[in-house]
Design a protein around this ligand. Structure first.
Ligand code: SF4
Length: 355
């Protein structure tokens, strides 16, 4: 990667950023805690979707100590809809580490930040540069897209070694002032001008006179990314068990996808009515009625990063609570206000027209 080409991007990018940056709540105050929460929320989630979550979160947990002391259930409820709950779990874990090992003050050294639960090189770089003005780069897909187009680099951007190399090269060109702005200017350009889907807006780009891809009309050939392996498809049978005004829930295992979260009872594979009745009988759950969903649809799909769930569901009106200690019965109001139910199950619950 050519260092003298990269050096030339600093000034025009900073200049562009100062004139065009979006006004976002986490940019008003660059305290490390605020930058950290925003960066974690922004992983896998769009800026517009994150804003209301971020504002609610900061209002409820204004300090690291308040986050460290919160109840999991309340934290997950605030996170409900953002998905990838391990992010929330790690935020709390890291807040507890900061309270125990750093007297509640966010650590300033890159290596200390990187050692916190749930923080990888990208997030550590973002916090170091934005909150502490260090010459640390934060290289994600947006930044890799800008850099590979700019330099017409055909390396596979999913290769960690290449990402490390880009990080190293960028850190050589960090300005002595405005380091946080430089990090954000690269992120911002990738998010709003050198966009991931469709044509980049080269006419609005401060780097167009330097950009090799633009110069050769090859923007859409970059970045180069190895084809992803197909997602694994899992069939699941989900049961919406109703007892008067209550619905059955149980906790998931502590390991694997959605670990430790609440779920609607569900079983591997596609069960027919007889097999469903058998499963219920094993738990001493007496069936009053097996109902058809109001909208007639009994299958739903939910996509995780590496797995796809194809869910067939049944609505069962029960006559008793059965004998399974793992099952709890909750009202629609508790589900709405107190309990965080992952989106996969919420989709099923809503589709069954219970709410
Ligand atoms: S000129 Fe176009 S392709 Fe090049 S960095 Fe700017 S937006 Fe991206």
């Amino acid at each position: 990667m050519e260092n003298n080409l990269l050096e030339k991007i600093v000034e025009p990018l900073l200049d562009w950023y100062h004139k065009n940056s979006r006004c976002l709540p986490w940019r008003e105050n660059r305290e490390a805690y605020r930058v950290w929460v925003s960066e974690i929320m922004l992983q896998q989630t769009r800026v517009e979707a994150v804003i209301p979550y971020y504002e609610r979160f900061m209002k409820r947990f204004p300090t690291i100590a308040s986050l460290a002391a919160c109840e999991d259930e309340e934290l997950f409820k605030l996170w409900e809809g953002l998905g990838y709950y391990s992010r929330a779990r790690n935020l709390k874990k890291a807040a507890q580490v900061i309270c125990a090992q750093h007297q509640g003050n966010f650590p300033e050294e890159f290596e200390e930040i990187l050692a916190l639960p749930g923080i990888g090189a990208y997030t550590a770089g973002a916090i170091s540069s934005i909150a502490f003005e260090k010459a640390k780069a934060a290289v994600d897909g947006n930044v890799l897209r800008v850099i590979t187009r700019l330099t017409r680099d055909s390396h596979d951007i999913s290769d960690a070694k290449f990402r490390g190399q880009v990080t190293e090269e960028l850190e050589k060109i960090y300005p002595s002032e405005g380091r946080g702005d430089f990090t954000q200017s690269l992120m911002e350009l990738g998010a709003v001008v050198c966009v991931p889907n469709g044509e980049p807006r080269c006419g609005e780009c401060p780097l167009s006179s330097l950009c090799r891809a633009f110069g050769s009309g090859t923007q859409l050939q970059y970045p180069v990314k190895k084809k992803k392996t197909a997602r694994k498809v899992e069939q699941r049978t989900v049961l919406i068990l109703q007892l008067q005004d209550k619905t059955a829930l149980r906790k998931r295992d502590d390991k694997g996808i959605l670990s430790g979260m609440w779920e609607l009872p569900n079983i591997d594979g596609i069960l027919d009515e007889q097999q469903v009745r058998q499963w219920l009988a094993e738990k001493a759950l007496a069936v009053k009625e097996v109902k058809t969903p109001v909208n007639g649809k009994k299958q739903l799909k939910h996509v995780f990063t590496h797995i796809e769930w194809h869910m067939t569901y049944w609505i069962i009106i029960c006559e008793n609570e059965g004998s399974d200690d793992e099952i709890i019965w909750v009202t629609a109001e508790q589900l709405e206000n107190e309990i965080a139910l992952p989106t996969a199950f919420k989709k099923v619950y809503r589709s069954a027209c219970i709410t």
